[in-house]
Design a binder for this molecule. Structure first.
Ligand SMILES: N[C@@H](CS(=O)O)C(=O)O
Ligand SMILES: [Fe+2]
Length: 179
Protein backbone atom coordinates (compact mmCIF):
# COMPACT_ATOMS: atom_id res chain seq x y z
CA UNK A 1 0.00 0.00 0.00
CA UNK A 2 2.92 2.35 0.72
CA UNK A 3 4.09 2.01 -2.85
CA UNK A 4 0.65 2.99 -4.18
CA UNK A 5 0.48 5.93 -1.80
CA UNK A 6 3.89 7.18 -2.92
CA UNK A 7 2.56 7.18 -6.48
CA UNK A 8 -0.63 8.99 -5.47
CA UNK A 9 1.45 11.63 -3.75
CA UNK A 10 3.12 12.63 -7.00
CA UNK A 11 -0.03 12.81 -9.16
CA UNK A 12 -0.83 16.34 -10.37
CA UNK A 13 -4.32 16.49 -8.95
CA UNK A 14 -4.78 20.03 -10.27
CA UNK A 15 -4.91 18.53 -13.78
CA UNK A 16 -7.92 16.18 -13.54
CA UNK A 17 -7.59 14.75 -17.05
CA UNK A 18 -4.01 13.62 -16.50
CA UNK A 19 -4.73 12.69 -12.88
CA UNK A 20 -7.49 10.27 -13.91
CA UNK A 21 -5.23 8.59 -16.43
CA UNK A 22 -2.40 8.23 -13.93
CA UNK A 23 -4.72 7.01 -11.21
CA UNK A 24 -6.26 4.43 -13.54
CA UNK A 25 -2.82 3.14 -14.42
CA UNK A 26 -1.62 3.00 -10.81
CA UNK A 27 -4.70 1.09 -9.71
CA UNK A 28 -4.29 -1.33 -12.61
CA UNK A 29 -0.65 -1.81 -11.59
CA UNK A 30 -1.50 -2.25 -7.92
CA UNK A 31 -0.67 -5.84 -7.06
CA UNK A 32 -3.69 -7.21 -5.28
CA UNK A 33 -2.37 -9.11 -2.32
CA UNK A 34 -4.48 -9.67 0.78
CA UNK A 35 -1.45 -9.26 3.05
CA UNK A 36 -1.15 -5.72 1.78
CA UNK A 37 -4.69 -4.61 2.67
CA UNK A 38 -5.65 -6.91 5.56
CA UNK A 39 -4.63 -4.27 8.08
CA UNK A 40 -7.41 -1.99 6.81
CA UNK A 41 -10.03 -4.72 6.50
CA UNK A 42 -12.98 -4.27 8.83
CA UNK A 43 -16.62 -5.30 8.53
CA UNK A 44 -19.36 -3.48 10.40
CA UNK A 45 -21.26 -5.92 12.53
CA UNK A 46 -24.70 -4.38 12.30
CA UNK A 47 -24.51 -1.29 10.15
CA UNK A 48 -24.03 -0.76 6.43
CA UNK A 49 -21.00 -1.54 4.31
CA UNK A 50 -17.81 -0.57 6.03
CA UNK A 51 -15.79 2.47 4.88
CA UNK A 52 -12.22 2.22 6.16
CA UNK A 53 -9.86 5.12 5.70
CA UNK A 54 -6.37 4.36 4.42
CA UNK A 55 -5.17 7.89 3.82
CA UNK A 56 -6.54 11.40 3.37
CA UNK A 57 -4.35 14.07 1.86
CA UNK A 58 -6.34 17.27 2.41
CA UNK A 59 -7.22 19.12 -0.78
CA UNK A 60 -5.81 16.32 -2.92
CA UNK A 61 -7.19 12.81 -2.52
CA UNK A 62 -8.36 10.13 -0.14
CA UNK A 63 -8.08 6.34 -0.27
CA UNK A 64 -10.42 3.93 1.45
CA UNK A 65 -11.01 0.20 1.68
CA UNK A 66 -14.71 -0.63 1.40
CA UNK A 67 -15.89 -3.97 2.80
CA UNK A 68 -19.25 -5.37 1.80
CA UNK A 69 -21.21 -8.22 3.34
CA UNK A 70 -22.97 -10.66 0.99
CA UNK A 71 -25.53 -8.75 -1.11
CA UNK A 72 -24.88 -5.57 0.84
CA UNK A 73 -25.12 -2.32 -1.10
CA UNK A 74 -25.36 1.41 -0.67
CA UNK A 75 -28.09 3.86 -1.64
CA UNK A 76 -28.23 5.93 -4.80
CA UNK A 77 -25.77 8.81 -4.48
CA UNK A 78 -23.34 11.07 -6.29
CA UNK A 79 -19.88 12.22 -5.24
CA UNK A 80 -20.51 15.98 -5.22
CA UNK A 81 -17.29 17.59 -6.50
CA UNK A 82 -15.07 14.51 -6.40
CA UNK A 83 -14.17 12.07 -9.10
CA UNK A 84 -13.00 8.62 -8.20
CA UNK A 85 -11.82 5.22 -9.29
CA UNK A 86 -11.94 1.90 -7.55
CA UNK A 87 -10.45 -1.55 -7.91
CA UNK A 88 -12.21 -4.70 -6.74
CA UNK A 89 -9.80 -6.63 -4.53
CA UNK A 90 -12.07 -9.49 -3.59
CA UNK A 91 -15.32 -10.73 -5.09
CA UNK A 92 -17.49 -8.92 -7.59
CA UNK A 93 -19.49 -5.69 -7.31
CA UNK A 94 -22.61 -4.66 -9.22
CA UNK A 95 -22.98 -1.05 -10.14
CA UNK A 96 -26.26 0.62 -11.04
CA UNK A 97 -26.06 3.91 -12.93
CA UNK A 98 -28.80 6.47 -12.52
CA UNK A 99 -29.29 9.74 -14.31
CA UNK A 100 -30.75 12.83 -12.73
CA UNK A 101 -29.66 16.11 -14.28
CA UNK A 102 -31.82 18.74 -12.62
CA UNK A 103 -32.84 19.31 -9.07
CA UNK A 104 -36.14 17.60 -8.44
CA UNK A 105 -35.96 15.31 -11.47
CA UNK A 106 -36.94 11.73 -10.96
CA UNK A 107 -34.11 9.24 -11.10
CA UNK A 108 -33.76 7.28 -14.31
CA UNK A 109 -32.21 3.85 -14.00
CA UNK A 110 -29.72 3.79 -16.82
CA UNK A 111 -27.48 0.71 -16.68
CA UNK A 112 -26.08 -2.08 -14.55
CA UNK A 113 -22.57 -3.38 -14.81
CA UNK A 114 -20.52 -6.00 -13.01
CA UNK A 115 -17.00 -5.21 -11.87
CA UNK A 116 -14.99 -8.32 -11.21
CA UNK A 117 -11.97 -8.97 -9.05
CA UNK A 118 -8.91 -6.99 -10.14
CA UNK A 119 -10.92 -4.76 -12.44
CA UNK A 120 -10.80 -0.98 -12.16
CA UNK A 121 -13.84 1.19 -12.66
CA UNK A 122 -14.24 4.94 -12.77
CA UNK A 123 -16.78 6.86 -10.77
CA UNK A 124 -17.70 9.98 -12.70
CA UNK A 125 -19.44 12.71 -10.84
CA UNK A 126 -20.97 14.72 -13.66
CA UNK A 127 -23.52 12.45 -15.32
CA UNK A 128 -25.37 11.29 -12.34
CA UNK A 129 -25.75 8.90 -9.57
CA UNK A 130 -24.81 5.34 -8.82
CA UNK A 131 -24.88 2.64 -6.23
CA UNK A 132 -22.73 -0.37 -5.59
CA UNK A 133 -23.66 -3.77 -4.28
CA UNK A 134 -21.81 -6.97 -3.46
CA UNK A 135 -22.91 -9.44 -6.13
CA UNK A 136 -22.33 -12.49 -3.94
CA UNK A 137 -24.95 -14.22 -1.78
CA UNK A 138 -22.40 -15.83 0.49
CA UNK A 139 -19.04 -14.08 0.47
CA UNK A 140 -17.74 -10.64 1.39
CA UNK A 141 -16.40 -8.26 -1.24
CA UNK A 142 -13.60 -5.73 -0.83
CA UNK A 143 -12.81 -2.70 -2.98
CA UNK A 144 -10.16 0.00 -2.94
CA UNK A 145 -11.44 3.52 -3.71
CA UNK A 146 -9.55 6.72 -4.47
CA UNK A 147 -11.38 10.08 -4.66
CA UNK A 148 -10.08 13.50 -5.63
CA UNK A 149 -10.58 15.89 -4.01
CA UNK A 150 -11.19 13.81 -0.85
CA UNK A 151 -14.79 12.61 -0.75
CA UNK A 152 -16.40 14.23 2.25
CA UNK A 153 -20.02 14.49 1.16
CA UNK A 154 -22.40 12.61 -1.11
CA UNK A 155 -25.83 13.62 -2.37
CA UNK A 156 -28.33 10.86 -1.74
CA UNK A 157 -31.45 10.84 -3.86
CA UNK A 158 -34.67 8.92 -3.50
CA UNK A 159 -36.97 7.57 -6.20
CA UNK A 160 -38.91 10.85 -6.43
CA UNK A 161 -35.75 12.89 -6.89
CA UNK A 162 -35.61 14.26 -3.33
CA UNK A 163 -31.98 15.06 -2.48
CA UNK A 164 -30.09 15.07 0.76
CA UNK A 165 -26.39 15.94 1.16
CA UNK A 166 -24.74 13.76 3.79
CA UNK A 167 -21.24 13.87 5.33
CA UNK A 168 -19.55 10.52 4.83
CA UNK A 169 -18.09 8.82 7.90
CA UNK A 170 -15.41 6.20 8.16
CA UNK A 171 -15.95 3.06 10.24
CA UNK A 172 -12.22 3.01 10.92
CA UNK A 173 -9.84 5.95 10.61
CA UNK A 174 -6.19 5.63 9.70
CA UNK A 175 -3.41 6.89 11.89
CA UNK A 176 -1.47 9.25 9.68
CA UNK A 177 1.05 12.00 9.99
CA UNK A 178 -0.30 15.53 10.20
CA UNK A 179 0.08 17.25 6.84
N1 LIG B 1 -18.98 6.52 -2.81
C1 LIG B 1 -19.21 5.45 -1.87
C2 LIG B 1 -18.66 4.15 -2.33
S1 LIG B 1 -19.15 3.84 -3.94
O1 LIG B 1 -20.50 3.66 -4.03
O2 LIG B 1 -18.45 4.65 -4.83
C3 LIG B 1 -18.60 5.80 -0.55
O3 LIG B 1 -17.74 6.66 -0.51
O4 LIG B 1 -18.98 5.20 0.44
FE1 LIG C 1 -20.10 6.13 -4.77
Amino acid sequence: MDRLIRKLDIISWANPYQAKRDLYQYLMDYENNEDDWRGFYHLNENEGYSRNEIRTKPGQYNVALMCWRPNQGNKIHDHCESFGLFKVLRGCLEEEHHICREDGDAVVHHADILIEENHVNSLESFTGFHRLKNHSDDDVAVSLHVYAPPLEKCTFIDEEGKRCVVSMRFATKSVQEQE
